[in-house]
Write a protein of this length. Structure first.
Length: 130
């Protein structure tokens, strides 16, 4: 199945705009492929304003989120893989969704958990419970 996260990001973005609020996207700026203005990154994260008036050519795709915007008056093309998104929320009231931190990209397989040890076989033990 395709990942659920991009569908949730699009739905919550639309819901926030429908309620006349400002959608903010919290992105892990340390993830490979993230292209954001580094001077605005704090603690390895950046908050991006996704309001229609703040962006041009916004694309909320299944693998990438990208748009053009101005930062300090300078135009920039912003790109972030969807797996780098940490949250999307309304700036006015904080309502939205926080996502689990993904340690792997969409094409990478998570580490295989160790096999559980088989139970020790032996004679069953019963005790009287009063």
């Amino acid at each position: 199945m395709t990942p659920l996260k991009p569908y949730l990001v699009r739905a919550i973005h639309e819901w926030i705009l429908d309620n006349d609020h400002t959608p903010y996207l919290l992105v892990n700026a340390a993830v490979d492929g993230v292209q954001v203005p580094r001077q605005y990154v704090e603690d390895g994260r950046i908050v991006l304003n996704l309001r229609t008036e703040a962006t041009q050519g916004l694309s909320l795709g299944n693998e990438w989120i990208e748009f053009n915007a101005r930062f300090g008056g300078k135009p920039m093309h912003v790109m972030a893989p969807v797996h780098a998104v940490l949250a999307i929320y309304a700036s006015e009231n904080g309502q939205g969704m926080v996502f689990d931190v993904e340690e792997t990209g969409p094409d990478e397989q998570p580490p295989t958990p160790p096999e559980p040890e088989p139970p020790v076989r032996g004679r069953p033990k019963l005790r009287v419970v009063k």
